[in-house]
Design a protein around this ligand. Structure first.
Ligand SMILES: *Cc1c(COP(=O)(O)O)cnc(C)c1O
Length: 424
């Protein structure tokens, strides 16, 4: 179909995510993608946000594509209760040695929000099964854990206000942002020492993504995790964004010494090819569900749990992630970002680098996700052939690991140009 016909039919038939259809521009029809580039009929766009943070090794990577193709010709999908398969087993076998210590039992689902729902339900039921009255959950200020009702309850952003009266109650802790470390630790002491009914503490380790790409102090956060663990709270690390090397190490939890009891993985899990998620927990939590009583089992599952195609993609992606070439490439990106930060960081109120991610704040009196300026910037970058989506007054560069230094130079130069010409 022709481009203009597709655009017309898109408007007729399709409802897009996070889109105000009354005012937003028509979406770009992407016809193909390769490496870091998305192609439309006439233009190409550098995917500087890894297509909502999920692409790791570039689009249409031949190794991952081949792995999916081979799997599709062998076993495409099978019920995962009473049945199992090699791609799921191999994936867990290969992941466990890389995961934070002690995490060994993987529960599959299909997106980040469900991986969080599962972690939370596991934590609540773990105590319920033993008759221990712990049922409250602590979250962080500015957190984002997904868009389903449970995940919204655990988030604290401007996306959820419409549904506030439908969300379950949580306790909120301010993360140890730079300069606020002691206040945060003191608040955590107060919280964990005085509330014996806390079941779980959920957090995005070190980097809070959708909440504004906020970075907090790992050392101070380690003390907070220590406090939580001492009081018997299940610590849930939501590494849906930070997993698979985004922040430098394979998992952002390794910025801390204290390790989580449950980890949530999704975005990069299949290298950005297919929807798949994992909630991985300790042997101890798993054993809390073993009983003669069926009701004590974890009665949760999704139709496409552990889809073999997703697992095959994840196995191929993991092989690439573990390669020396990928590790070197991630270090190269980080160093290049840091060089940019040194040379140009002074131009903005905030310029931070965390692993492969570069984060900038620009002055915007509205500062909100709903600011007009963010739409203006987003369009300005697209016009220049770069896909960047500012969050409030924050712009971040989160490229696939195969990005070249030339591509990064291209992004940097347009970042400077566009952000220095902001109409006030
Ligand atoms: C994106 C994201 C989620 C939700 O994942 P979906 O696949 O969009 O449901 C949860 N947690 C974090 C930290 C995320 O970045």
């Amino acid at each position: 179909m022709q481009n203009d016909i597709l655009t017309k039919k898109d408007l007729e038939y399709v409802w897009h995510p996070f889109t105000q259809h009354a005012t937003d521009a028509s979406p770009i029809v992407v016809t193909k993608a390769k490496g870091c580039y998305l192609y439309s009929e006439k233009n190409r766009y550098l995917d500087a946000i890894s297509s909502w943070w999920c692409n790791l090794h570039g689009h249409a990577h031949p190794l991952i594509a081949k792995s999916i193709y081979k799997q599709a010709r062998t076993l495409e999908q099978v019920i995962f209760a009473e049945m199992t398969h090699s791609p799921a087993i191999s994936l867990m076998e290969q992941l466990v040695p890389l995961l934070p210590k002690g995490l060994c039992k993987g529960f599959f689902s299909d997106n980040g929000s469900t991986s969080v729902e599962i972690a939370t339900k596991m934590a609540i039921q773990y105590f319920k099964n033993q008759g221990i009255p712990k049922n409250r959950i602590v979250k962080l200020e500015n957190s984002y854990h997904g868009d389903t009702f449970g995940a919204m309850s655990l988030s604290s952003g401007s996306f959820t206000t419409t549904f506030d009266s439908f969300l379950f109650e949580t306790l909120t802790l301010t993360p140890p942002y730079p300069g606020k470390e002691n206040q945060s630790i003191e608040a955590a002491e107060e919280l964990f020492n005085n509330n014996a009914d806390i079941a779980a503490f959920i957090y995005e380790p070190v980097l809070q993504g959708a909440g504004g790409m906020k970075v907090f102090n790992a050392e101070a956060f380690n003390q907070i995790l220590s406090l939580a663990k001492k009081t018997g709270v299940i610590c849930i690390a939501d590494e849906v964004l930070t997993g698979f090397g985004r922040t430098g190490p394979m998992f952002a939890s390794s910025h801390m010494e204290e390790q989580p009891d449950i980890i949530c993985l999704s975005k990069g899990l299949t290298g950005g090819f297919l929807p798949l998620a994992l909630t991985v927990t300790t042997q101890e939590i798993y054993e809390g569900f073993l009983s003669e009583d069926r009701k004590k089992a974890f009665l949760h599952g999704h139709t496409y749990t552990a889809n073999p195609l997703g697992c095959a993609a994840a196995l191929a992606s993991l092989k690439i992630t573990k390669s020396e070439r990928c590790t070197v490439q991630r270090i190269l990106i980080e160093n290049y970002h840091k060089q940019f930060q040194e040379e140009h960081g002074h131009r903005w109120p905030r310029c931070e680098v965390l692993g492969t991610i570069l984060i900038l704040d620009y002055p915007d009196s509205l500062k909100s996700y709903f600011s007009e300026l963010r739409n203006y910037l987003s369009k300005a970058f697209l016009k220049r052939g770069i896909l960047l989506r500012p969050l409030g007054n924050t712009v971040y560069v989160l490229p696939p690991y195969c990005v070249s230094l030339n591509d990064l130079d291209f992004i940097y130069s347009h970042l400077i140009e566009v952000l220095c010409q902001i109409p006030q």
